[in-house]
Design a binder for this molecule. Structure first.
Ligand SMILES: Cc1cc2nc3c(=O)[nH]c(=O)nc-3n(C[C@H](O)[C@H](O)[C@H](O)COP(=O)(O)OP(=O)(O)OC[C@H]3O[C@@H](n4cnc5c(N)ncnc54)[C@H](O)[C@@H]3O)c2cc1C
Length: 584
């Protein structure tokens, strides 16, 4: 019998964005007693990958115990906070927008981007090919059947390094879900509660796994700490007070515990020389529970960990003026028109243009010896081109508010959260006068590295390139060509204009910090999601999915990513591991 009841927390707490309650309703089921529950599988981590695996296993009638160190308020993990961008190939939305895409073109882009070059890349490459087939075929139907709806306008993320066979997306492929990340996880959360109602799923929150139990080389269970409860809202760091211990035995254990993005010590330890020196100061693009500890625990139990040095961090991070998690950073998803300067006021060369080549730009910035850079732009650019990544930064799409969304496209101001950052964000400076702007930039950086005359002449030179319909400036040419894509012209790329012309102002400067986010390497798995040992054989009883497995295989993205591939990677790898266990 289904009883509409709450278990310990109000529904509004469960899926609320700070003070804004989303329009979700869930049926909470009252479970009066802890009856004997013998799971077929334990899943560690109730993020997207864990929820997908749980759905696949329970829909085959098998039982799952889902453990998470966080509270129930945090169900869905990082995906809740995500922008909800999904990578698809040749989707109906792309076709409607006049985009010609194909598996072959996407394969060319993926391989140019991943640049697989290691012996360890055997399984990552298998995963990449399998994932591309999924993204070009079954994925659209899979998510549609779950009720995930996509916006008509397809975004063009990671536009690349300028070479057809090199890094980047040749065409727009970033499909934002209506509801952003909340729209992506909602159906999987609903499925979890349905499975719970049927007695197939049990969820235990505040259960932090600290070790895997092995017998005769086979993983047979988990042990860990029960943490004190905590009533903090979703996303806020919770306490780590241990109240007791637990131990569970089971035939199959799935690790779905996310990456290392909030563990800056681990990020710095894993930082590769090829990206320059690891930054001392970074902002954090993920909640505190993305602590990466389970990777070391899996390694101690005999798992092979590969490609630790492959990570996906951003160069356009802002310090959140209204933080949720510690050191909370927000990423700007920039359109291509802002002028980009390093800490000393040198213009970044192409292809290091906004939204083009994330890690190429990161390396370039790190080589300057300063872990920050600057955008200089106009009100017209910020209005059209600034989007902030994160569900809470996009209330129009998250709350499926069409009127607010139309205002984003046709209104005079930038979206509310962008304007709020402009007003309150520590990294934003606004002025009608360039000299004053540069002086304030120096004050913010606490040094005198920027020279007004030098910056003025660089902007004037760029502005002069607009007098003809043709130009030698790569950025200007790119801005012009990209507006041939309707999605960019309508919603993403401002009409080319002179930055120093007062009618386009005021001028805006934004200090950009390095922001940690995604882990591209991790636990090595075969195509069933089974964890491998360093000798390449299967570690019986253990599986991994999602970010902890480098989204499949231990690093299906290789060195770099095409964007929107992470949520889809969680769905695909969670589905593969779940289906394999379901069919045993
Ligand atoms: C702001 C933001 C925007 C993003 N935008 C996009 C986007 O537009 N498109 C895209 O593709 N991707 C995006 N991403 C990335 C994507 O959301 C994540 O990579 C993905 O959700 C990771 O899911 P996961 O299930 O692997 O792990 P997580 O969501 O990190 O979940 C892991 C869970 O495991 C638990 N856990 C960890 N260790 C233990 C332990 N020892 N014991 C018990 N439990 C443990 C954690 O508490 C957590 O609940 C974004 C991420 C963020 C933060």
């Amino acid at each position: 019998m289904t009883i509409l009841l709450q278990i310990g927390l109000p529904v509004s707490n469960y899926l609320s964005l700070r003070n804004k309650t989303l329009n979700f309703s869930f049926i909470f089921v009252y479970m009066p007693i802890e009856e004997e529950f013998k799971p077929d599988a334990i899943i560690i981590g109730s993020g997207l990958a864990g929820l997908v695996a749980a759905m696949e296993i329970t829909s085959a009638g098998k039982k799952v115990l889902l453990l998470d160190q966080e509270t129930e308020q945090n169900l869905g993990g990082q995906a809740f906070w995500s922008f909800g961008g999904l990578f698809l190939i040749n989707s109906p939305q792309q076709r409607k927008m006049g985009i010609k895409d194909s598996y072959e073109l996407a394969l060319q882009d993926w391989m140019g981007t991943a640049a697989f070059d290691r012996k360890d890349d055997y399984w990552p490459k298998q995963w990449a090919e399998a994932y591309l087939k999924f993204a070009a075929g079954e994925k659209y139907e899979y998510i549609s059947k779950m009720g995930i709806k996509l916006m008509f306008m397809v975004g063009w993320a990671e536009r690349g390094d300028g070479a057809a066979s090199g890094h980047g997306n040749s065409v727009p492929r970033f499909h934002v879900s209506w509801g952003t990340g909340t729209g992506v996880i909602k159906p999987f959360v609903e499925k979890a509660y349905e499975a719970k109602e049927k007695g197939l799923l049990r969820m235990k929150f505040r259960h932090r796994v600290t070790a895997l139990i092995s017998v005769d080389g086979k993983v047979t269970g988990v042990t860990g700490d029960v943490l004190e409860n905590d009533d903090k809202e979703r996303g806020f760091a919770t306490n780590r007070n241990v109240v007791s211990q637990f131990e569970y035995k089971v035939a199959h254990v799935v690790i779905a515990t996310g990456g290392i993005g909030a563990n800056h010590e681990l990020v710095r330890q894993s930082w590769p020389e090829r990206l320059g020196k690891a930054p001392e100061n970074m902002v954090c693009g993920v909640p505190a529970y993305v602590d990466g500890k389970m990777i070391g625990i899996a390694e101690s139990a005999g798992s092979s960990i590969i490609n630790r040095d492959r990570m996906w961090h951003y160069t356009e991070g802002l310090q959140n003026w209204n933080p949720i998690w510690p050191n909370h950073g927000i990423r700007i998803l920039p359109g291509p028109s802002s002028m980009w300067f390093d800490a000393k006021g040198n213009r970044l060369p192409a292809p290091f243009l906004p939204g083009f080549d994330t890690l190429g730009t990161l390396k370039h910035i790190q080589e300057t010896g300063y872990a920050y850079s600057w955008f200089i732009l106009t009100q017209k650019i910020i209005k059209k081109e600034f989007a902030l990544s994160g569900s809470e930064q996009n209330p129009d799409i998250t709350n499926k508010d069409y009127v607010l969304f139309l205002k984003r496209i046709f209104g005079k101001k930038a979206p509310g959260p962008v304007e709020a950052f402009k007003e309150n964000g520590k990294d934003f400076i606004v002025s009608n006068d360039l000299e004053d702007l540069v002086q304030k930039m120096n004050e913010l950086a606490g040094d005198d590295l920027l020279d007004h005359q030098k910056i003025k002449s660089l902007i004037e030179a760029r502005d002069r390139e607009l007098d003809n319909k043709f130009s030698k400036d790569t950025q200007i040419n790119y801005i012009r060509s990209t507006r041939k894509y309707l999605g960019d012209k309508l919603g993403r790329v401002a009409k080319p204009h002179k930055i120093l012309a007062p009618e386009n102002g005021p001028l805006i400067a934004v200090r950009l910090n390095i922001l940690t986010r995604k882990t591209l390497g991790g636990i090595e798995t075969n195509l069933n999601g089974q964890v491998l040992k360093p000798d390449g054989t299967v570690l019986e009883g253990l599986y991994a999915a999602g970010e902890v497995a480098g989204f499949g295989g231990g690093g299906m993205h290789g060195y770099r990513a095409l964007e929107g591939t992470f949520l889809g990677g969680c769905i695909f790898s969670g589905m593969k591991a779940g289906k394999y266990i379901a069919n045993l």
